[in-house]
Structure formats: C-alpha cells, structure tokens
Write a protein that binds this ligand. Structure first.
Ligand code: ADP
Ligand code: MG
Length: 565
C-alpha cells in the first residue's frame, strides 16, 4: 500500500554517500602526504573530483521531491533541503536551529517522541512513520517520514530524515472512503424503504377507510387518526430515504434555478423568522438546469432550515445562484465532469461544524439536534443532487458559519412553462379499471377505494391473470392500473400486450421503487402517468381520475423508458 522506496534503498544510498566522502577524503590526505613537485597536479585533480562529487550530491539532495534533512539528537535542524523547508513553509536557511517537535501537530506529538526515542536507540535502522504537521498558517498537513540514526557516524553525526507530503493521498483516500460509505448506506436505505412502502400503503389506506366509515362522534376516531398520522410520518421518512438512495422517481423539466429561489423567497423569509437577515443574489445570468422542480425546492428548503437552526440567536443567510464553469481540478474533487454548472450556494453565519460532524452530515439519521432532528435533511439533499447529476460541497468554520454549494449541470435548453395543475374534480367514476398488483394487501386496498368511488374493478395479482381477466371481460377496459415492477413481465410489457385489444385503454403505473435496471436513472418520460407508493387514498383516486381525463396517455412507455428486461 505504501508507495515509498524500500528501507534497503535508503540504507544503500546513505552508505554510498558515506563511501564517496571517505574516498575523497582519503585521496586528498594521500596527496597532501606525498606532496612532491610532481604531485601538485594530482592534488588539483583530486580537489576537482571532490568538488564535482560535492556538486553531484548537492544536486541530488536539492532536487529530490522528497525532503532531506539532518537533525541533531534533540531534533534541531542542522540542514534542510529546499523541499524540506517547503514542507514546513519556510526557506532553507530559516530551518537551521528550528526544533522539529515544535512543528508536530499536538495530537501526534506523543507518538512522534516515542518514534524519535526508538530512532536514537537503534543506530542505522530505517524507521518509518506518519504524522501531522501544523503549518505557520494553522493548516494541518500529513507527512510520512523515513529516519535513520547516523549520530555515531563520524561523517554525518546526524539523524538523516526523508519526508514526503501525504496530504493529497490522504485526501483522496478519505474522499473514496466517504463516497463508498454513502453508496453502501444508500443501497441499504433504498432496500428498507422499498419494503416499507407497501406496508405503509396498507396502514394508511385502511386507517383512511376505517375513518371514513366512522361517524364524526365515534370515540375510536382519535385513536385511528393517531395511527394514520404516524403512518403519514413514516411515509415521509421512507420518501426521504428513497430520495437519499437516488431511487425517487423524478419529473425533470428545464428550469431557471434563480426563478426557483425567487419563487421561494417569501416562504424562506417566513421560515427563518425576524431575527435572521436574508439576502438572495443572482450572479450572472444563472442559467437553466434540467431537474425536478419539486426536488429542487426540497433541496433549498432543507438547506435553509438547517441554516436557521444554526443561528438560534440570529444572523445572516445568503442564498446565491450563479453560472460557474467547473474546471478539471475542481471537477475531480466534486466527482463530476468538467463543464458549465449552475451554482446554488446557501451560507449562514451560524455555529459552523467541526470535522467529526462534517464527516457524517450526509448520512441518513445523523443529527446533532437531540430532540428535534431527524438527520434526513442533508441525506435527502445529497440523494437529490446526485440523482440530478450534480454535486454538493460544504465549507464550515466553527463559530463562523457554513456554506453549502450545490452544483447542477447547466443546460442550453429554454425553460419550459409551468405544468398545468392537476384537475381537482370530484374523484368519482364509473369506468372499468383493471388493477394488477402482486401485493395482496395493496391490491385489496386499491380495489376497495376504487369500488367505493363507483368504479368497476377487475383484479389480478400478476400479468398472466390480467391478460386472462381482460379476455373474459366483455366490455372495454378504460384504465390499466398496474405495478411497474413484477416478476416475469413488467407493467409496460403487459400494457403493450393489452393495447391491441383495448385501443382506448389508458395506463397508470404504480411503484415504490424505481428499479434502476428497468428505468434510466428513474427519469419518467413526459405523458407517462405514475403513482408513487405508498399512496394515500386521495393520491390514488386523484391520479386515476387525472389519467382517465387526459386526452392522451403514453401507453407504450417501454421504448421511451428503456426497459431492458
Ligand atoms: P437534522 O437537521 O434533522 O439534524 P440534517 O441531515 O439536515 O438533519 O443535518 C444533519 C446535521 O448536520 C445537523 O444535525 C447539524 O449538526 C449539521 N448541519 C447541517 N447544516 C448545518 C449548518 N448550516 N450549520 C451547522 N450545522 C449544520
Ligand atoms: Mg435538517
């Protein structure tokens, strides 16, 4: 794993230097002793050889990308190569007399002393270790050192130290670790949320059903309402988990981010209260992005609420949008491709965060707000931003404040007008609905809800049954309400098969799980009717009515969605 040269090589190198010095010295002594008229030339030659060898070794040391230094027993610098001085943010001459212990980060000082003692005790042995250094500007840098005790060597009389800067490698390792961690948590959270969705549909649906059947004065109502409300809260949590694991289905449109921010300004102001000052800025033209507007509002909302929470005694909140170009270096650290982005920055002058907190803020359920926090705000933001092809970075200073920066890929397409509102007609109907759903509980619930509103319902627990039911049914089917992901045949395959016999049939898909294999990044094509699970009765009935009432509905989504099965 370590990439440095082996200890034997260092030992060989120092041995070679020592040998060369000895040879040169012996030669010059010899020439001095045998000084005759003939030997004047020989002396000059050997002096020249000495100077050449000196220049050679100086060049090696001074151009080495690793820092070379000589220290005395107490750790005072006797010599520092230019790189060594650079690693300590000083000039070469400044280093002489500096004590190395003064440069070590306090948290690593004990271990450093221990290693130093070992080095003193073991002359000639190459010892390696890593430590952190505090720079004059207060920043912390990682260093890896190889150290050999040559104190007893009459030619050196020093501890020879080779030091390499490990900061960048550490940063990359850390970045990799963090992104793997988020991936793993995302997979786990997505799986759990998927399983919970069906259960929650049932809990919510049946509590609504029971409530609708009870008279206003019934003493059981309040208990039932408690159950329903808890179910709703749980559904909100699974929704956020799905967002985090990037499994939320989204309806991207071209939007101007600055307009989203402006549209939310009044709500933002109300949310943060009087004691916090709000400024919204747009730098440059703040171009368009391709994203789900509802998701973007969620992102802004979560960041604003967090900023508010970080400023209990008041402060300043700045929401900024700008066009930026992300160059190669920046793109690597953000984990995106280089190119034009639109930036949404939310800055507060609040409490700020320490490193330990910063490392975990995007994990679901991580919160420092003992009683009020859910720890899902930033997890949701993270998932949404990544799902929309963007990136998020955070800069925070304890006691000073925090800036979250969200980068979304910029698009040249023109912003689309806001979509028409869903019709809020009476949610009743008499049409025939073919309901296909493999979860018995969800199917029974949907059946019951539709039947009570006047619909004719044909029920099937799998696509095979559905085809059979359609064949046996004499009149036409107006709506296919089907699960999207089923074993053997997908919802869209079923829709295609049925479309031949039922030319007027509309299709409404339901799913709690945007199976990433079946769906391209969870992106829905326009005109594709979809009901996310878990659903409330109003959501189901509303969507059914809306789908039946639309003039056209894409019954053949397979080609446009890219089902690969
Ligand atoms: P919650 O707000 O429910 O705690 P979040 O996921 O939104 O969950 O945030 C997680 C944690 O990140 C917070 O508990 C807080 O410690 C920290 N945090 C987030 N935003 C800020 C901010 N603007 N300033 C300081 N700390 C923050
Ligand atoms: Mg929050």
């Amino acid at each position: 794993m370590k990439t440095w040269f082996a200890g034997e090589e260092v030992a060989a190198f120092t041995a070679f230097c020592r040998q060369a010095l000895r040879t040169a010295l012996t030669r010059s002594r010899a020439s001095r002793d045998s000084m005759t008229e003939e030997s004047g030339k020989a002396l000059r030659r050997s002096e020249e050889a000495l100077r050449r060898s000196e220049r050679l070794f100086r060049a090696i040391v001074e151009t080495s990308p690793d820092a070379v230094s000589l220290l005395d027993r107490e750790g005072n610098f006797l010599y520092a190569s230019p790189t060594a001085a650079k690693l300590c943010a000083r000039t070469g001459t400044d280093m002489v007399g500096v004590n190395v212990f003064d440069l070590i980060a306090p948290q690593d000082l004990d271990v450093y002393r221990q290693r130093w003692t070992e080095c003193i005790a073991q002359p000639g042995v190459v010892l390696r270790h890593e430590f952190r250094m505090i720079m004059p500007d207060g920043s912390v840098r990682y260093r890896e050192s190889l150290r050999v005790n040559h104190l007893n060597d009459p030619n050196l009389r020093a501890i020879v130290s080779l030091v390499r800067d490990n900061t960048e490698r550490r940063r990359l390792e850390e970045q990799l670790y963090q992104s793997r961690k988020m991936e793993a948590i995302g997979t786990l959270a997505g799986g759990v949320a998927h399983d919970f969705n069906n259960l929650l549909s049932v809990i919510l649906g049946y509590s609504e059903l029971l409530l609708s059947g009870l008279p206003e004065t019934d003493p059981m109502r309040s208990d039932l309402e408690e159950i329903r409300d808890a179910g709703k809260q749980a559904a909100a949590v699974t929704g956020q988990l799905l967002a985090f694991s990037r499994k939320q289905l989204m309806n991207p449109t071209v939007i101007r981010l600055a307009d989203t921010v402006a549209g939310m300004e009044r709500m933002t102001r109300r949310l943060i209260g009087e004691h916090i000052e709000l400024a919204t800025l747009t730098r440059g033209s703040a171009g368009n992005v391709m994203a789900d507007p509802v998701q973007l509002e969620q992102v802004l909302l979560n960041l604003v609420v967090n900023a508010r929470d970080a400023m209990p005694a008041g402060g300043k909140l700045v929401v900024e949008t700008a066009d930026v170009y992300v160059d190669a270096g920046h793109a690597a650290s953000l984990g995106v491709q280089t190119g034009p982005f639109v930036l949404l920055a939310v800055s507060d002058s609040g409490t700020g965060m320490d490193k330990a907190t910063l490392d975990r803020i995007f994990e679901p359920f991580f919160t420092t707000k003992a009683d009020r926090g859910t720890g899902l705000g930033l997890a949701t933001v993270f998932g949404i931003v990544r799902q929309n092809g963007g990136a998020i970075s955070v800069y925070s200073e304890l006691g000073r404040g925090t800036t979250f920066r969200v980068y979304l890929p910029r698009t040249d397409a023109a912003a689309s007008p806001s979509p028409p509102l869903a019709p809020s007609a009476a949610l009743r109907g008499t049409e025939t609905v073919l309901l296909v759903e493999d979860s018995d509980a969800v199917r029974h619930l949907a059946h019951e809800l539709l039947r009570r509103q006047g619909y004719q319902v044909l029920e099937a627990s799998n696509p095979g049954e559905a085809l059979l039911a359609a064949e046996q049914h004499s009149t036409s089917i107006e709506l296919l309400l089907t699960d999207m992901v089923m074993p053997k045949m997908t919802g869209s395959d079923l829709a295609r098969r049925l479309a031949a016999q039922q030319p007027r049939m509309k299709v409404l898909y339901m799913s709690g799980y945007a199976d990433t294999i079946a769906y391209h990044n969870g992106v829905l094509p326009p005109g594709f009717a979809f009901l996310p699970k878990p659903f409330t009765p109003e959501a189901l009935l509303g969507k059914v009515r809306e789908t039946l009432d639309t003039a056209q509905n894409d019954t053949k989504p397979a080609s446009s969605v890219g089902v690969s099965s």
